[in-house]
Design a protein around this ligand. Structure first.
Ligand code: SF4
Ligand code: SF4
Length: 184
């Protein structure tokens, strides 16, 4: 099977438990994008395909979560899942998006700071990627018992999303390694 995603564990850990290190890493990434405009251009060029793939998948996910989540007794949205990883921030910056202002003083196990009355208040593109790819059992069951065509399209679109994100991160990784090597 072809590898379509990207192993984000090659990047440093963005540690929400260390406020100073967390924000300093984010500022470092912002600086990397702003100071190396020409170098990061290939990353910026790949990013819209990811945004498009996410936009394609969003309505279907939304329709299923709207049906299932209001009845959930074990809501999965905890603060610790609402914090981004390094790769999420790379994608936000590649798309020219603001990095949300995370409150790191919250209880990591408590309900996520981004939950509003109607679910997550962040646009899907500004959520950590895990928030999109996490499918609990009730959601999976609903998808499987739904129209077969929906399910087939969902799997195809999910692969498209993973591939588009993989392209952004793979491209960034090569450039990031070069920049890191030069700074040593
Ligand atoms: S995605 Fe699943 S676990 Fe999370 S709130 Fe919805 S039903 Fe609950
Ligand atoms: S989907 Fe939104 S509310 Fe839920 S964990 Fe992710 S960021 Fe938080």
């Amino acid at each position: 099977m072809a590898i379509i995603g990207f192993d984000t564990t090659v990047f440093p850990r963005l540690d929400y438990k260390n406020k100073e290190a967390f924000w300093s890493m984010i500022e470092g990434l912002k600086g990397l994008f702003s100071k190396n405009g020409r170098m990061v251009e290939p990353v910026l060029e790949k990013a819209p395909a990811y945004q498009k793939a996410l936009g394609k998948l969003d309505p279907l996910i939304q329709s299923y979560t709207a049906r299932v989540c209001p009845y959930c007794g074990t809501v999965c949205c905890a603060n610790k899942f609402g914090f981004p990883e390094f790769a999420d921030v790379v994608v936000f910056l590649a798309l020219g998006l603001d990095v949300p202002r995370y409150d790191l003083d919250v209880d990591e196990e408590a309900i996520c700071q981004f939950i509003g009355e109607k679910g997550c208040v962040l646009p899907r593109i500004q959520r950590p990627y895990r928030c999109t790819w996490y499918f609990c059992d009730p959601l999976l069951v609903q998808l499987e018992i739904g129209p077969a065509k929906d399910y087939r399209n969902f799997i195809k679109d999910l692969q498209g999303l993973s591939s588009a994100r993989g392209d952004v991160l793979r491209t960034f990784y090569q450039i990031w390694k070069e920049i890191e090597a030069k700074s040593q």
